[in-house]
Design a protein around this ligand. Structure first.
Ligand SMILES: [Zn+2]
Length: 292
């Protein structure tokens, strides 16, 4: 679709159109959405995000009622996408599509739903969305092994396992943990938003992981596999034995292989875990009216 638009309208016009597009779905551009399409896409994003929350709860990657996963979604209330997020106090294994709050991406005001999210959450997420217009989903957790890696003086992922190679050169390491980015502390949110640059992962020193993606499935898949790569590395450290590091050519070929079909693998992973969750609770994605 991207190529067709460029050849049909020319690069300059295409870029203008691209910047004014209402919504991006799975990397494909939807130029204009009808009211019905907005409602359908909003619900689709809600189902995806609810699945991600429940999946991380199932994988023990949540922490109390803290940490946050978000996605952009179209709304009938404004021209620009809103940000969907969990309301404060909801346990991740209990999240449903309709319980999610929709907030304004600029000021964090509640637009959809009645239960407010925690302010710290959307401050960081809004900071990243501001600086990465290509990003449609952000996931932040304090998952165990990545958090363990984040407290080490050298917290970089090493090319020691197939899973690790996906992240070589694709992680920004923030070694300057400063403060909790609460409302009013937009400097920290902006700092983090700028810091991630064009990477998929921000490993926040003494803190945890943030992954970003053009889809919920991709951000989820990256987050999960970063934790798995961190686990292999932390467990290898515990043996006290030297690493057998993969050579740069091998690491690069694995990186390229995994990157090429990342959406295919991410979608298969995400739909697999969604089916498992639906078997456990067949009603959790049942459509009920969301008040718009
Ligand atoms: Zn955190």
């Amino acid at each position: 679709m991207l190529q067709k638009l460029v050849s049909k309208y020319g690069k300059k016009l295409f870029i203008q159109t691209f910047n004014h597009a209402r919504f991006f779905s799975n990397g494909k551009q939807v130029l204009k959405l009808s009211k019905e399409e907005i409602l359908a896409k909003n619900w689709e994003r809600r189902c995806e995000l609810a699945t991600a929350y429940r999946a991380f709860a199932k994988l023990n990657m949540n922490e109390g009622v803290c940490n946050h996963l978000t996605t952009k979604a179209p709304s009938l209330h404004c021209d620009e996408d809103i940000i969907l997020i969990i309301p404060y106090g909801v346990y991740w294994s209990e999240v449903t599509p309709q319980c999610l709050a929709g907030i304004d991406k600029d000021n964090g005001n509640l637009i959809e739903g009645s239960d407010k999210p925690e302010l710290t959450a959307h401050s960081i997420h809004r900071g990243i969305y501001r600086h990465r217009p290509d990003v449609n989903a952000i996931m932040h957790t304090h998952s165990e092994y990545a958090a363990a890696l984040s407290v080490l003086d050298d917290m970089e992922i090493k090319p020691i396992h197939q899973n690790s190679c996906r992240f070589i050169g694709n992680v920004m390491y923030d070694k300057n943990y400063g403060a909790i980015a609460a409302d009013g502390e937009n400097d920290e949110a902006d700092r983090l938003g700028k810091m991630i640059g064009d990477k998929d992962i921000l490993l926040m020193g003494n803190h945890g992981t943030t992954s970003v993606g053009s889809t919920v499935a991709l951000a989820f898949d990256l987050h999960y596999y970063f934790e798995i790569a961190a686990k292999a590395q932390i467990m290898a450290y515990q043996t006290g034995k030297p690493f057998r590091t993969l050579g740069p050519d091998v690491a690069l070929s694995i990186y390229n292989y995994m990157r090429k079909d990342c959406h295919y693998y991410a979608n298969a992973h995400f739909s697999g875990i969604q089916k498992a969750l639906m078997r456990e609770d067949p009603t959790f994605l049942k459509q009920t009216r969301v008040h718009h």
